[in-house]
Design a protein around this ligand. Structure first.
Ligand code: SF4
Ligand code: MG
Length: 328
């Protein structure tokens, strides 16, 4: 099956007074219809900027896609005008966020927002749009949806509001759904319900999902393949089972060690000490070196390449260079 979305060597930089922030610096991946690709990393690793770049929502200035390609169903997204992008966003590629109020307007009823979105992209009557809204709210599990149409976003609980946002994002049957930390703000039970809902909707609607998260637990539950990002660059890429069975990058080891256990979700087993580097002044060698327990002398001066270590499994780390033996 052909990929529906391809990101090729994407570089998105921000030109600030204090220097160039290389927020995304060489990201490549593709995603097929029906597939869920995870992008995982700490905040500031470039996950959200990758998503915003795909949506062409980077504000210029100070941000700019300085290099790379974005292809959606064979069409070059970087060549699209803002008007063309407006018709793609929310229709063929949709996005959901951690905070539903990013996409829901507090002063309008759910009906008004859904009807407007549907009619912006589809040539249907108001009544048809209302029926579609009811159908969507039902699809995402809002009880007695017709009676909730006149409600305002704040009249829903956090989990229900997240469902309304998902309904809005799905209102035009997108082929790609980009989900940026969609469950981060929710408690564990609601989080599981929302992930299950997304999985079910994906099966029913066949869309591709790009799932952005800082939580490898979420990745384990919903993703097929995963890219681990650190300081704007991919550091590891593999199928999910392969990543959990044979993680190769020291940063991934830390992330796996920090998955909260089921008894106490707050407990971090092995947090990764230290902070991500300043993206305006990256270390000369490996960006992860200041925090890496396995750093060697050469890591201070040599920036590792991103290389395939085994079939479909790429890693950026000098532990795998030449005759170096990996130690875990
Ligand atoms: Fe650690 Fe060196 Fe690998 Fe970077 S290249 S992750 S510092 S071992
Ligand atoms: Mg983010």
């Amino acid at each position: 099956q052909e990929p529906i979305l391809e990101v090729d060597n994407l570089h998105t930089h921000f030109f600030t007074k204090s220097g160039v922030v290389k927020a995304v610096d060489g990201v490549s991946f593709s995603v097929k219809p029906g597939e869920t690709l995870g992008i995982v990393g700490e905040s500031g690793s470039g996950k959200s900027i990758t998503a915003m770049s795909i949506m062409r929502l980077i504000k210029d200035p100070p941000g700019k896609i300085v290099e790379g390609g974005l292809t959606f169903k064979g069409e070059d997204l970087l060549a699209k005008s803002e008007k063309e992008m407006r018709s793609i966003r929310g229709d063929r590629i949709s996005m959901i966020f951690q905070d539903p109020m990013t996409s829901l307007n507090p002063v309008f009823t759910v009906e008004k927002q859904m009807v407007e979105t549907i009619r912006a992209h589809r040539n249907v009557s108001k009544k048809q749009a209302i029926d579609r809204a009811v159908e969507l709210l039902e699809l995402v599990g809002i009880p007695s949806p017709r009676s909730r149409l006149k409600s305002y976003p704040h009249e829903f609980s956090g989990g229900m509001r997240q469902r309304v946002m998902i309904a809005l994002a799905l209102s035009c049957d997108p082929e790609v759904l980009i989900a940026d930390e969609p469950t981060t703000a929710l408690d564990v039970t609601i989080q599981a319900q929302i992930l299950e809902l997304l999985g079910r909707l994906q099966k029913e609607l066949g869309m591709a999902i790009v799932m952005i998260t800082h939580d490898l637990g979420v990745v384990a539950e919903v993703c097929d393949r995963v890219m681990v990002m650190y300081a704007g660059k991919p550091v590891e890429f593999a199928e999910v089972t392969e990543l959990f069975d044979h993680p190769k990058h020291p940063y991934t080891w830390g992330l796996i060690g920090s998955i909260p256990n089921m008894e106490n979700r707050q407990e971090r087993l092995e947090a990764i000490k230290g902070l991500p580097p300043d993206l305006r002044a990256l270390p000369e060698g490996c960006s992860f070196a200041p925090r890496c327990k396995h750093a060697m002398d050469k890591c201070q001066s040599k920036d590792p390449d991103f290389k395939e270590e085994s079939a479909g499994h790429q890693v950026r780390c000098l532990l795998y260079e030449e005759e170096e033996v990996a130690v875990k």
